[in-house]
Design a protein. Structure first.
Lengths: 541, 78
C-alpha cells in the first residue's frame, strides 16, 4: 500500500483495495479510538472510507445498486469491526438530530464555550466515569455545531435542514429563531435576540415583568423592560389609549407599578384648560384622531409659531400637573395610596372596602384589554387590596402553629403508620389489639415480620393473640390483605401496588406541604408590604 | 452505554411506569425483569420524595418563625 500524502485524488484512493482498507480499520481499532468522519490514520482518510462503505452497503441492500462491491467475508469483517454501525454518524441530518437530542437532554449546557462547562456537566453526571464520557460527547457536539455553521455560511444546507435547526433553536444567530420567539419579538417590538434571551433567562414573561415592577430586574434589562412594559392602563379603554398613556407619562413619568387611569377623567381635566392650550395638547398627542403632530404642523394649522405652540403645550402640562385634584380625577387607586399613610389597620381596611367594590367593576372592563399585562397586573393590584382585607384571616395560619411549627399539616399516613382504628375492625378485635400494645399497623407487622412469608405461622400468631379467637384472627388477616399486605408466597417477590401506593401518598403529602409553604410565603410578603408603608409614614412624620 | 442511551433508558422506564399506572399494561403482563425495574424505580422515587418532604418541612418552619417575628413587629409599630 503506498503512503497517502493527504491530497484528495480519486486515483489515489482507488489504489487502496477494500481488503487493504479493512486491514487499516483493524489496525486502527487496536488503538482503542473511535472512527469518526474526519479520522485520518497513517495518512489515510479512514473516516471518509468508512462513510463511503456504509453508503454503498446501504444502497445495495436498498436495491439501489445491482452490484455488490464486497464479498460476504468482507462484509462480515466490516460488521465485526463496527464499521457498518450507525455510530459513525457523519451525515448532516444525523448530526442535526444528535444536536437536537443533546439540547433536549441537556438544555442548559451551552455548546459555544471553548472548554466544557464543568459545573453544569457535573450536575448531570452521576459518577466520574459518566462525567468523562459526557465531556467527550460535549466535544463531539461542539465539532458538529461548528461544522453545521460552516455549511450554513457556505449555503450548503437544505431549507429543510435549516428549518429543523431553527425550530429546535440550535444556534439561532446562525439558523434563525423559532417562530415562537419571532412572534414574541414582534409582539413586544424587540429584536429576536433579545426575545430569545428573555425567554431563556426568565422562562415566562410574567417573571420578567414582576421583577421589573419590584425593582429587582438586572440593570442591563431595565431599559428593555421599559420599552416593553406599559406603566399605565386605561380603565375606559379609549380607542386612542396609547396616546393618552404618552400624555400621562410626560405628566407624571413612568411608574414602578402598573397604574390604572381613566381617559374620561383626563378629558375632564383637559376641559379646564384654556381653548388654545387644549387644542395644542389634543393635537400634539393625537387624543381625538390618534394622529399626534409635530409642532411645525400644528403651528401651520393654528396660524401660530412653533415656539408659541411649544409654550402652550408646556404650560398646559404644568397646569395639569400642579393641581393635585387632577391626580385624583385621572388615577383610580390614588385615594387608596393616600390613605395608606394611616397606621391603624382598621381604618385602612374600611377605606379599602369602598374602592374594592369599584375595583370589581373595573376588573370586568379591563378583562378584554389587548395588553395581557394589564389583566395580570391589574389582578395583582386587586389582590394586594384583598390581601389587606384578608390579613386577619390569614393570621389564623400563625395561631395554628405550635412550637413544632408543622403539626397542623395533615399527615397522610402511609400503610405502616395507619392506626388500628383505621382498619375498622370490630370493637372486640380492636380492643384486643390495643390491650396487647398494637396501636398501628406497623407495630403489628413488626411482630409478624419474621414469618410473614409463612401463612400458617401468621395464622397461628394471630390466633394465639390473647383475647383474640379464630374469628378475630381471620378478621385481622382479611383487613390487612384489604390494605394491600400480602402473606405467604404472595409476600415474596415484588409488590408494585404497595410501593405505588406509598409513592402516591408521599406525593400528596409533599403537595400539601408545598401549599402551606406558598401560603406562608404570601403572608410574609403581605407583612413586608405593610411594614414598608409604615416605615415610609414614620419618615414622613 | 453512551450518555444518550443512558438517558433514553431512564425515559423508557418512566414510560413503562406511566403505561402501568394508566392501565395500558397490566401487572400480570409484566415480565419479572420489568417488575423488578419498576419496583426499583418506585423505591427511588419514594426516597427522593421523602428527602424533599424533609427539606420542605424545614423551609416551612423557617417561614413561620419569620412570620411570628413580623407579627410582633407590627404590633409594636401600632
Amino acid at each position: 500500500m503506498s503512503e497517502y500524502n493527504g491530497k484528495k485524488s480519486n486515483s489515489r484512493e482507488n489504489t487502496v483495495s477494500l481488503d487493504e482498507k479493512i486491514q487499516l480499520f483493524e489496525d486502527f481499532c487496536h488503538t482503542g479510538e473511535k472512527i469518526i468522519g474526519n479520522t485520518v490514520y497513517k495518512g489515510y482518510p479512514i473516516g471518509q472510507w468508512a462513510i463511503q462503505i456504509r453508503k454503498r452497503v446501504k444502497k445495495f441492500y436498498n436495491g439501489d445498486t445491482p452490484r455488490a462491491h464486497f464479498s460476504v467475508e468482507q462484509l462480515r469483517k466490516l460488521s465485526q469491526l463496527g464499521i457498518l454501525k450507525k455510530q459513525i454518524d457523519s451525515t448532516i441530518d444525523e448530526k442535526i438530530e444528535l444536536l437536537i437530542q443533546w439540547k433536549t437532554i441537556f438544555p442548559d449546557v451551552e455548546l459555544t464555550k471553548v472548554s466544557p462547562p464543568e459545573k453544569i456537566l457535573k450536575k448531570y453526571a452521576t459518577s466520574k466515569e459518566v462525567y468523562e464520557r459526557m465531556v467527550e460527547e460535549y466535544k463531539r457536539m461542539q465539532r458538529y455545531y461548528t461544522y453545521l455553521s460552516e455549511r450554513k455560511s457556505r449555503g450548503k444546507l437544505t431549507s429543510v435542514q435549516i428549518s429543523r435547526c431553527k425550530e429546535a433553536n440550535l444556534k439561532p444567530e446562525v439558523f434563525g429563531y423559532p417562530r415562537s420567539i419571532e412572534d414574541f419579538a414582534q409582539k413586544y417590538k424587540i429584536s429576536n435576540k433579545e426575545a430569545s434571551r428573555i425567554i431563556e433567562e426568565y422562562k415566562e414573561i410574567d417573571n420578567f415583568v414582576r421583577l421589573y415592577r419590584n425593582g429587582k430586574l438586572k440593570k442591563e434589562d431595565i431599559s428593555l423592560a421599559k420599552s416593553m412594559i406599559r406603566s399605565y392602563v386605561d380603565i375606559d379603554q379609549h380607542i386612542y389609549s396609547q396616546n393618552y398613556e404618552k400624555l400621562i407619562e410626560d405628566l407624571y413619568g413612568e411608574r414602578s407599578e402598573l397604574e390604572l387611569y381613566s381617559s374620561k377623567g383626563m378629558q375632564e381635566v383637559i376641559k379646564l384648560l384654556t381653548d388654545k392650550q387644549r387644542k395644542a395638547l389634543i393635537k400634539r398627542y393625537g387624543l381625538e384622531n390618534g394622529n399626534h403632530k409635530i409642532y411645525s404642523i400644528i403651528a401651520e394649522e393654528e396660524d401660530a409659531t412653533q415656539k408659541g405652540i411649544s409654550f402652550l403645550v408646556t404650560t398646559a402640562l404644568n397646569r395639569i400637573r400642579n393641581n393635585p385634584e387632577n391626580f385624583e380625577k385621572i388615577f383610580v387607586f390614588s385615594r387608596i395610596e393616600q390613605n395608606s399613610q394611616v397606621t391603624n389597620e382598621r381604618i385602612i381596611i374600611e377605606r379599602f372596602k369602598e374602592d374594592l367594590d369599584k375595583s370589581n367593576i373595573i376588573l370586568k372592563s379591563v378583562s378584554n384589554s389587548e395588553n395581557d399585562f394589564s389583566q395580570t397586573y391589574y389582578s395583582k393590584k386587586l389582590e394586594y387590596v384583598r390581601k389587606i382585607l384578608s390579613i386577619f384571616d390569614d393570621e389564623k395560619l400563625i395561631e395554628e402553629t405550635n412550637e413544632d411549627g408543622i403539626n397542623e399539616i395533615e399527615e397522610v399516613s402511609a400503610t405502616e403508620d395507619m392506626n388500628i382504628d383505621e382498619l375498622k375492625l370490630s370493637l372486640r378485635t380492636q380492643n384486643c389489639l390495643k390491650r396487647l400494645g398494637f396501636f398501628t399497623v406497623g407495630e403489628l407487622l413488626e411482630k409478624m415480620g419474621e414469618f410473614i412469608d409463612d401463612e400458617e405461622k401468621v395464622d397461628k400468631f394471630l390466633v394465639d393473640l390473647r383475647g383474640c379467637g379464630k374469628k378475630s384472627a381471620i378478621e385481622i388477616k382479611n383487613k390487612l390483605k384489604s390494605i394491600g399486605l400480602k402473606f405467604g408466597a404472595e409476600s415474596q417477590g415484588v409488590d408494585l401496588n404497595l410501593v405505588r401506593r406509598k409513592r402516591d401518598e408521599l406525593k400528596e403529602k409533599l403537595t400539601k406541604i408545598k401549599e402551606r409553604e406558598q401560603q406562608a410565603q404570601d403572608l410574609l410578603e403581605k407583612y413586608d408590604e405593610l411594614l414598608g408603608e409604615n416605615k415610609k409614614e414614620k419618615k414622613h412624620n | 452505554m453512551s450518555i444518550f442511551e443512558e438517558f433514553e433508558e431512564k425515559n423508557r422506564l418512566l414510560k413503562l411506569q406511566k403505561d402501568y399506572e394508566n392501565g395500558v399494561i397490566k401487572e400480570q403482563d409484566l415480565s419479572e425483569i420489568q417488575k423488578n425495574e419498576l419496583f426499583q424505580l418506585y423505591n427511588e422515587q419514594i426516597k427522593d420524595l421523602e428527602e424533599e418532604i424533609e427539606r420542605s418541612k424545614i423551609t416551612l418552619k423557617m417561614y413561620k418563625n419569620k412570620i411570628s417575628k413580623k407579627m410582633e413587629k407590627m404590633k409594636k409599630n401600632n
